[in-house]
Design a protein around this ligand. Structure first.
Ligand code: NAD
Length: 380
């Protein structure tokens, strides 16, 4: 096992300046305490997003991608994507170029206030396919030449005017057997290794029969392979039902395997049950490459205020420690988070939810103050 890995990190746009230093401080402290200087991460900053554009004129320099490839494991803060125009998502581009085909989002409760009656029942891992679906980025503006050509082709294929208007914008939703199956295999291997009992395929296959319906069918085909058969139970749920059942029958969900868009939506909804986006970690994993990142975005209105919750990125880093095999350091971070929340210490988002529930003996900390509290509460 490597004792001194070089880990490239992207600070991130917006609140990246707040949460990334907090994450590094908490991780360094946990590793130092747990392994008593026998292990240490060598952090290497790489550029992406607004900082990269200011310094190099590019939003995603090739050198940064090469560094992630070379060092195999990296971590990133959130990157801003303009809505309705401008650059395409750098987050999506990183996942596509490095073929980080599974996005892993564990959602569990650490002690925050929750709209759920039994938040302790929320312990679900969402495996979101990361490279296909409407996120492929193949879409054409209304009235563009490309959209008109595709619509003309569709009409040739017998598509009626009431199905697709002639001036429609067009987006393509590719879902393939190869990419679905490698994703489901990764998810089921992960589930078996972590002792999960049930995996649910989430789809909208009643309406999108040949894309999401096929996702379900290919998923079951993988579940039937000798490697998985009889080792883990697999069922499926239609996406809209899944949203309500995750709230009403929380303990029935252990792991959710979803195509890209469903996985994106359900992970934010699940996070809302355990303290919101500030508590939602994630990892993008391919074959031998992994980039860890919080589920939330760059929350520009809070940028630089030292106010937001760094837990998502810290928990993403704990996932990274687990991935490196440094389980004890990861566990110590989980424990310190539980202790800190039990003391009713939290950033504004956590404190607001506790107060809304009538708890007044709570204390608001800054982003860096919260990181210090976590360090103080590390059990080692
Ligand atoms: P967002 O996740 O940045 O913020 C939405 C709201 O969630 C915030 O206003 C805040 O109230 C809350 N929030 C988010 N992170 C928090 C934290 N750490 N602590 C406390 N509260 C937190 O979503 P948005 O406003 O829709 O997107 C802003 C930008 O981020 C967009 O450009 C979007 O494309 C981008 N984005 C990036 C990623 C990524 O880097 N992976 C993910 C989602 C969105």
């Amino acid at each position: 096992m490597i004792q001194n890995p070089i880990i490239p990190f992207i600070e991130g746009d917006g609140i990246g300046v707040d949460i990334t230093p907090a994450m590094i401080k908490v991780v360094d402290s946990a590793v130092e305490r747990v392994y008593e200087n026998k292990r240490k991460i060598e952090w290497k900053e790489i550029l992406a997003g607004e900082k990269a554009f200011q310094q190099t004129g590019e939003h995603l320099p090739q050198a940064s991608l090469e560094s992630l490839r070379e060092h195999v494991v990296g971590i990133k803060g959130p990157l801003t994507t303009p809505v309705g125009g401008g650059i395409r998502s750098l987050n999506v581009t990183i996942r596509q170029i490095l073929d980080l085909y599974s996005c892993v989002r564990p959602v569990r409760w650490y002690g925050s206030a929750s709209p759920l009656k039994h938040p302790e029942q929320m312990d679900v891992v969402i495996f979101r396919e990361n490279t296909e679906d409407v996120y492929a980025g193949v879409e054409y503006e209304s009235e563009s030449l490309e959209a008109k050509k595709i619509i003309a082709l569709l009409k040739d294929l017998g598509v009626r005017d009431d199905q697709v208007c002639t001036d429609a914008a067009v987006g393509i939703k590719p879902i393939s057997p190869g990419r679905t199956k490698r994703h489901v295999r990764k998810a089921l291997r992960w589930a078996i290794a972590k002792g999960r009992r049930l995996a649910t395929l989430m789809h909208k296959g009643n309406i999108m029969k040949f894309t999401e319906g096929a996702f379900m069918r290919w998923g079951y085909e993988v579940a039937d392979e000798p490697e998985f058969k009889s080792k883990i139970q697999v069922n499926d749920r239609i996406a809209d039902n899944m949203f309500q059942q995750l709230l009403t029958r929380t303990d029935e969900y252990d792991m959710i395997i979803a195509p890209n868009l469903n996985g994106d939506y359900i992970s934010d909804a699940a996070a809302a049950g355990v303290g919101g986006l500030g508590m939602a970690p994630g990892a993008n994993i391919g074959d031998g490459l992994a980039v860890f990142e919080a589920t939330h975005g760059s929350a520009p209105k809070y940028a630089g205020l030292n106010k937001v919750n760094p837990s998502s990125l810290i928990l993403s880093a704990a996932m990274m420690l687990e991935y490196l095999g440094w389980q004890e350091a990861a566990d110590s971070i989980h424990k310190s988070l539980e202790t800190t929340l039990a003391q009713r210490l939290g950033t504004y988002d956590l404190v607001r939810c506790w107060r809304n529930e009538g708890e007044n003996n709570v204390k608001e900390l800054s982003c860096s103050g919260f990181a210090d509290a976590l360090i103080g509460n590390n059990p080692y």
